[in-house]
Design a protein. Sequence first.
Length: 115
Amino acid sequence: MKYLCLVYLDQENWSACPDPVCAAYAQGLIDNDRLIAGEPLHPVHTATTIRVRNGQVQLYDGPFAETKELLAGFYLVDAKDLNEAIQIAGGIPPAKYGSIEVRPVRQLDLSDAAG
């Protein structure tokens, strides 16, 4: 089953974990056929939020919500169950400086799709 491990860091700790440490952990997941995808994100000031209201596209600089910890990156992993996904997430190096949110990925339900 696929799980998305979202990495959250505050701005103070954005670069606290060196890239080579994260890359080494990711390589270990690749070697064990657990990593599907993973990428760090640029700092939050580079974000653009898009909303569509009444058919009009609205653009906003920055993230959608004001929070202390900001989305810094993600690991999309293949795990047998939530417990294994949690174990993988606990090893993600930035967890020492922020938090990791683990969420199961769901398949789109196309049974009611108009055809």
